[in-house]
Design a protein around this ligand. Structure first.
Ligand code: DC
Length: 214
């Protein structure tokens, strides 16, 4: 057993992971890490340097870049990229960067180090329970129907629900079928389907699961 207190949250885009992870971290007095923001930040830096099509250069960049992913935003080499990492261009390209094994090796190491210096945290992504922290205190797989996930994304960022649903489906399928660390329901993960649930209801369900673990 690990001596870190880690709550691992995985699931597809739009399942409510970030909102739930942030609220859960506040309730438990832990810090929160959005690992998707790290893959987005590397994608943003690769686009800016014009190296996106060169897998080795993207991997080298992942090792060199300074990333600060915190409550207040994302700094890439000291420059605020909080808004840019959510751009349509980054969203379109990020799955490709996330399928690069050398990038994953580097970011997984950084995620483990992040938790080590803090004694744990609430960490969300796609492979947190399956690869990064298989010994997490609680492993959650958050999901929701594709329609509801698209509606949530549109409520946050605008757009057309049908189009966003199609984009989400394409990204899910890419993230779930890649060779390295695909999105899966890890062994021992508890599945929470958030379709039709409010944030408070989801948090209540998760607190119930935490109590069961004690
Ligand atoms: O959660 P998000 O949409 O911001 O994630 C962006 C991309 O990064 C998504 O396509 C999947 C990938 N990702 C990953 O492969 N592993 C993680 N731990 C987190 C995100």
């Amino acid at each position: 057993m690990s001596d870190l207190r880690v709550i691992a949250i995985d699931g597809p885009a739009g399942a409510g992971k970030s909102t739930v992870a942030r609220a859960l971290a506040a309730r438990l007095g832990l810090e929160y890490l959005d690992t998707g923001a790290m893959y987005r930040a590397v994608t943003f830096a690769a686009l800016r340097r014009g190296v996106l099509d060169d897998a080795a250069a993207v991997a080298a960049l992942a090792r060199d870049v300074t990333l600060e992913v915190g409550e207040h935003g994302v700094l890439v080499d000291g420059v605020d990229a909080t808004v840019e990492i959510r751009s349509a261009e980054v969203t379109r390209q990020v799955s490709r960067v996330a399928a690069n094994s050398a990038v994953r090796t580097e970011l997984v190491a950084r995620q483990r180090e992040w938790a080590k210096v803090r004694g744990g945290g609430v960490i969300e992504g796609r492979d947190i329970a399956s690869v990064v922290f298989p010994d997490a205190e609680l492993k959650l797989y958050l999901t929701a129907s594709p329609r509801v996930r698209a509606e949530r994304r549109v409520a946050e960022a605008g757009g057309d629900v049908d189009e966003v649903e199609a984009q989400i489906a394409a990204r899910d399928s890419y993230d779930s079928s890649r060779a390295d660390s695909p999105l899966v329901q890890a062994d021992g993960s508890r599945v929470v389907d958030t379709t039709g649930m409010s944030i408070d209801e989801v948090l209540g369900a998760i607190e119930g699961l935490l109590q069961e673990q004690e």
